[in-house]
Design a protein around this ligand. Structure first.
Ligand code: DGL
Length: 253
C-alpha cells in the first residue's frame, strides 16, 4: 500500500502521475485540508503535521510513502522520517527526483514554490550539486487560493504579480515546485512567455516510486482518500484528475 500525503489537493497531481506508471497499486491519500496551506508554516509546525500524517498512513497500512508536498519535502530533516524507521527506499519526496531530471541539462532554470520551500534553500542547494544556479520565486498566497477554489482572475493576478520583478526571457524552464501549481497549468501558461517551458515534477516523483517498488506493488488499484476536513474543491479536482476512477473519500471528524 502506498501512502501519499499533502496539505490538500496538490498531491492529486502526483497521484495522477502515479496512476500512469503504477495503475494497480493500492493507494491511501491523506489531505490535510484542515491545516492547508502549509507553505507559510514554520519548520516546527510542518514537522508536527508530518509526524501525524505519517503515523496515520502507517496505521492505515501504508509501507511506502510519498511526501507529495514540496513544503514538507524541502523543510524537514530526514531524521524525522528516521523516527518511523522508514528506510530511504520507502520514502519518496519531491526534491531529489526533480533535480535529477536536470543533471547535464543546459537549461536556465527558474523555480516557483511556497515561501517554506524557497526559504529552506534545499532546491537551490540541490541544483548547485548538479552544477546549476537557479532563481527562485515564492508565491505566498497561491496554494491557499487554489485550495479555496478562487476564480481564475485572482489566481492569474497572484501569478503575474509574483513574476513581475523577474525577466522571464532570461530562463528556459519554469519548475512548478509546489504540487498545487500544476492544477492551474493553464494560468501559468498565460502568464509566462511561450519560450519558457513548464516543468511539473509529478512524473519524476512517480517514476522514482515505480523504480523503488517494482515489482512488488501489484494490488487492486484502489484509491482511498482521507481528508482532515471535507472540501468541495478537493472533490472536484479528484473527479477532474482521475476521471472514471472509483475512489472513496473518508472525512475525519
Ligand atoms: N502542495 C504543497 C507544496 O507542494 C503545499 C502547498 C501549501 O499547502 O501551501 O508545497
Amino acid at each position: 500500500m502506498i501512502g501519499i500525503f499533502d496539505s490538500g489537493s496538490g498531491g492529486l497531481t502526483v497521484l495522477k502521475a502515479l496512476r500512469d506508471v503504477l495503475p494497480s497499486a493500492d493507494v491511501v491519500y491523506f489531505g490535510d485540508i484542515k491545516n492547508v496551506p502549509y507553505g507559510g508554516r514554520s519548520r516546527e509546525e510542518l514537522s508536527n503535521l508530518t509526524v501525524g500524517a505519517m503515523r496515520f498512513l502507517h496505521e492505515r497500512g501504508a509501507r511506502m510513502f510519498i511526501s507529495a508536498c514540496n513544503s514538507v519535502s524541502a523543510s524537514l530533516a530526514l531524521s524525522l522520517f528516521d523516527a518511523f524507521e522508514v528506510a530511504p527506499n520507502q520514502l519518496v519526496e519531491m526534491v531529489g527526483p526533480t533535480v535529477a531530471c536536470f543533471k547535464g541539462s543546459p537549461d536556465r532554470v527558474l523555480l516557483c514554490a511556497t515561501p517554506a520551500t524557497v526559504r529552506s534553500e534545499i532546491y537551490q542547494t540541490a541544483f548547485r550539486m548538479v552544477g546549476k544556479d537557479i532563481t527562485t520565486v515564492a508565491i505566498p498566497e497561491l496554494a491557499g487560493a487554489i485550495e479555496r477554489g478562487e476564480r481564475a482572475e485572482l489566481l492569474q493576478q497572484l501569478v503575474v504579480g509574483a513574476f513581475q520583478p523577474i525577466s522571464l526571457d532570461d530562463y528556459d524552464t519554469l519548475v512548478l515546485a509546489c504540487t498545487h501549481y500544476p492544477l492551474i497549468t493553464d494560468i501559468f501558461k498565460k502568464a509566462v512567455p511561450k519560450s519558457l517551458g513548464l516543468f511539473d515534477p509529478a512524473l519524476a516523483a512517480a517514476e522514482r516510486v515505480e523504480k523503488l517498488c517494482w515489482p512488488r506493488e501489484v494490488g487492486g488499484g484502489s484509491t482511498h482518500f482521507i481528508l482532515s476536513q471535507d472540501s468541495a474543491v478537493f472533490r472536484q479536482f479528484a473527479r477532474t484528475l482521475l476521471p472514471g476512477s472509483a475512489h472513496e473519500i473518508e472525512i475525519l471528524s
